[in-house]
Design a protein around this ligand. Structure first.
Ligand SMILES: [Fe+2]
Length: 168
């Protein structure tokens, strides 16, 4: 294998050691883009027999970020969201994700969703990765199965997220 998970984890950790803020995450984003374009790495963690929707493949015991392999089957769209207290990176390995970025126009309160206005749509194709810092609102959609390598600043399992609805 040209670039191993161990090497990826070590490179990402070194980047976060240098700067755990947006600059270090930008370095992590570049490593994720690199593995998404690495056919050996993709075959190993996102091969055609893999149908696991969410799998943590690396968890950093120092900085607490997680690297995940995702297989998202079939067409689906998602609502605008951020990741609560966390940042995230989406890396496209197989297929196409159409991502929409949103701007917050009203905060959520109680059971009332926040309101968001569309900023732009863009397609993520294999080898492309994007960083979403805390509070960056986005919504992925797809017309067929996709395979992604994602990073969460912390494991978001069970973390409550605010709801948002789009306004024109
Ligand atoms: Fe997200």
């Amino acid at each position: 294998m040209s670039y191993t998970l161990e090497q990826l984890g070590a490179d990402c950790r070194a980047a976060m050691d240098k700067d755990p803020g947006p600059a270090g995450r930008e370095e992590v984003r570049k490593f994720i883009a690199k593995v998404c374009a690495d056919s050996d790495f993709v075959a190993e963690y996102l091969g055609p027999d893999n149908m696991t929707p969410r799998q943590v493949i690396y968890e950093d015991d120092k900085h607490k970020f997680c690297i995940l392999a995702h297989v998202y089957e079939g067409a689906k769209g998602s609502n605008p969201h951020d990741h609560g207290p966390s940042w995230a990176i989406y890396g496209q390995a197989v297929g196409v994700t159409t991502m929409t970025d949103w701007e917050k126009v009203a905060e959520p309160s109680g059971d009332t969703p926040g309101k968001v206005k569309k900023v732009k749509d863009y397609d993520m194709t294999p080898g492309i990765a994007y960083l979403y810092n805390e509070g960056d609102l986005h919504s992925p959609s797809r017309t067929a199965t996709t395979r992604l390598i994602r990073v969460e600043g912390q494991d978001l399992t069970g973390v409550k997220r605010d709801k948002y609805e789009a306004v024109a």
